[in-house]
Ligand binder design. Structure first.
Ligand code: 2AM
Ligand code: CA
Ligand code: CA
Ligand code: CA
Length: 263
């Protein structure tokens, strides 16, 4: 039997320890490299933090598998067993340019079911946490279930790039949504944007391309506050693939899918 409470306690302890390491790193110089293109950044801290989690997990739970953005974990092609999905720094561009608006994200799944979600906003010292069936919390304060919100009163998380011509979606589908909502925000960290939806700071968040480590933790949080989760066309998400992504308060989510995205 998997002891999820034990895993939860360890994961919390390690994420706080990793946050300390990131805070200390502000005093020393960063080494910044490019990945796929000059805007796709990675730093020594992204790599060090991922390696920190991997060594802790491997010494404590040798049978668990790990999928991490920087690739130091396992080659993962199924959701079998206990799987840690880790983004050591979500929002690396913000980390480099702003030293804020980034987070550590950890989702822990058992045979494909999300049990634990942890998103740590290191700089603001806000730890978002969800445990399957027990609710979602911010610094141990329970987050209430999401209340119905009308589109005219909604704040939507979306990157403005999706209302410009782009290869992934007809931006003319998105323009009317942006016009109709009360406001839009773009924070540049998918994990934080999911945490904000769970906390009611955003009513929805949509984007055309995310990877498993961007949303694995966020899904557990959103599930626990009764939000809806799907692709941009309303289909079920495949946790192990790069995908379009739309989460939000359930009435708002349904309305936007039916009236705007699937017209
Ligand atoms: P990162 O900072 O961990 O790379 C920025 O809009 C958000 O999208 C961040 O959460 C960022 O995560 C993520 N992101 C950046 N490039 C991406 C890509 N090529 N595919 C999927 N997600 C990406
Ligand atoms: Ca990245
Ligand atoms: Ca990420
Ligand atoms: Ca990252």
């Amino acid at each position: 039997m998997t002891n999820w409470k034990d895993i939860d306690q360890k994961a919390k302890q390690w994420i706080i320890e990793a946050g300390e390491k990131i805070r200390h790193s502000f005093d020393s110089s960063l080494s910044i490299q490019y990945k796929s293109n000059p805007n796709d950044l990675v730093t020594n801290m992204d790599k060090e933090i991922e390696q920190f989690f991997i060594s802790r997990i491997q010494e404590t739970y040798p049978e668990h598998r790990i999928l991490g953005e920087e690739g130091y974990g396992d080659e993962v092609s199924s959701m079998d067993g206990v799987l840690w999905i880790i983004d050591p720094i979500d929002g690396t561009m913000n980390f480099v340019h702003q030293q804020r608006n980034f987070a550590i994200s950890i989702g822990i799944y058992g045979d494909g079911v999300g049990y634990i979600g942890l998103i740590y906003d290191v700089v603001h010292n806000e730890l978002y946490h969800a445990f399957k069936g027990e609710g979602a919390f911010m610094n141990d304060i329970p987050l209430p279930k999401l209340d119905k919100v009308e589109i005219e009163k909604a704040i939507l998380g979306i990157n403005p790039v999706w209302v410009t011509e782009n290869p992934r979606i007809d931006y003319q589908l998105i323009v009317p949504i942006v016009k109709k909502v009360r406001g839009t925000r773009s924070y540049g960290s998918a994990a934080l944007e999911c945490a904000y939806v769970a906390a009611g700071r955003l009513d929805g968040y949509m984007t055309m391309r995310l990877a498993p480590w961007d949303f694995a933790a966020g899904l557990v949080l959103i599930e626990e506050v009764g939000g809806s989760i799907s692709t941009m066309t309303g289909e079920k998400l495949d946790i192990l693939t790069k995908t379009s992504f739309f989460v939000g308060e359930k009435h708002l989510h349904k309305h936007i899918i039916e009236e705007y995205l699937n017209k």
